[in-house]
Ligand binder design. Structure first.
Ligand SMILES: Cc1ncc(C[n+]2csc(CCOP(=O)(O)OP(=O)(O)O)c2C)c(N)n1
Length: 323
């Protein structure tokens, strides 16, 4: 099966936007213009954009600390993200979320610092959707390292027991912080654990956007039609270091080279060129437009309004002056 050219082109544009967002973030850090630490998901774009592609606006997404890919995939703009990242009062959380943002309009409830605790939140939103018959699916996007957190077990157990509309989408990017998966996993795959709860699962190539999209479409349809949870495991590779302060030195250069040959953006570009859905010239224009979108968003965010002292008390307590 292959996606319609127009859909594939849209996903390609989103992947370019995600990469441009992170590249810009890296340059701003290097130039000393911002102090906002980073967790980049370079190389994982086909997973982040592919798992969010089949979701409807009303569906609920719990993302990861490498969240730009999911945020763009779920419908946030570069502008939405940068206004919040730079802590502006016009940001989606009025500057109080920054990297840990949430966005109600696209149903992203927010990033939790203590990784893994949102396993149970995702099961909670799915339970609520089922009880209220809203037709929403919750997609919980999570790293393989986080699947070793204790909350994973009761969450998957209850999701299966109550036949909840939730998709667990595991991004196996080969690392947990600064260690290889083989250092903290006794098995090669995470997904077969799902069988222990009676949850169906698939192991999916995370480099090919069509594959990630179609696998998710199937899992989301399963959950939406009342058949209960589904688990997907995407095999990919984190081409970036864990975070902006990571000294590196632990990544095998051969792995980088091998995975780099299947960069998800290059693979998608090739497909589009082969199908005649893209020309070299159109590609250049598209990339320039994406860069411009990010640059404009960043400049607008720099000159955006900072929160005032009064804003500190807004949206925190029921009434201003409670403390
Ligand atoms: C409970 C908890 N323990 C440790 C951390 C620190 N931490 C931040 S990111 C990260 C790595 C998570 O690995 P994984 O889930 O595989 O996602 P990846 O970073 O590979 O995208 C860790 C351990 C945390 N945020 N919360």
């Amino acid at each position: 099966m292959s996606l319609e050219n127009e859909n594939l082109l849209g996903l390609y544009r989103k992947m370019l936007l995600v990469r441009a967002m992170e590249t810009k973030h890296g340059s701003l850090l290097q130039e000393g213009r911002i102090q906002l630490m980073s967790h980049f998901g370079t190389g994982q774009e086909a997973v982040a954009v592919g798992v969010t592609g089949p979701l409807r606006q009303k569906d609920i997404l719990f993302g990861t600390h490498r969240g730009v890919g999911e945020y763009i995939g779920k419908g946030m703009s570069a502008r939405d993200i940068w206004l919040e990242y730079l802590g502006k009062r016009t940001g989606v959380c009025k500057g109080k979320g920054t990297l840990h943002l949430c966005d109600r309009k696209v149903n992203i409830p927010g990033l939790v610092s203590s990784l893994g605790s949102d396993f149970s939140y995702a099961v909670g939103t799915a339970l609520s959707s089922k009880m209220n018959n809203t037709g929403q699916v919750t997609l919980y996007f999570v790293g393989e390292g986080t699947c070793n957190q204790a909350d994973a077990h009761p969450s998957m157990c209850m999701a299966a027991l109550w036949t909840l509309p939730v998709v667990f989408a595991v991004c196996t990017n080969q690392f947990c912080e600064m260690s290889y998966m083989s250092d903290h996993y006794p098995t090669e795959d995470v997904a077969p654990r799902a069988a222990g709860y009676g949850i169906p699962y698939d192991i999916v190539d995370g480099q090919d956007i069509e594959t990630t999209y179609e696998a998710t479409e199937k899992a989301v349809e399963h959950a939406r039609s009342g058949k209960g949870p589904y688990l997907l495991e995407f095999k990919t590779f984190r081409m970036a270091l864990h975070f902006s302060g990571d000294p590196g030195g632990y990544v095998n250069p051969e792995d980088l080279e091998e995975w780099g040959k299947r960069d998800p953006i290059d693979l998608c570009q090739e497909k589009l060129l082969d199908r005649g859905a893209l020309t070299e010239e159109k590609d250049k224009e598209l990339r320039a437009a994406v860069d411009l979108e990010v640059d404009s968003a960043v400049e607008e965010a720099f000159s955006g309004p900072d929160p005032t002292e009064d804003d500190l008390f807004e949206d925190v307590y029921a009434e201003k002056g409670v403390i």
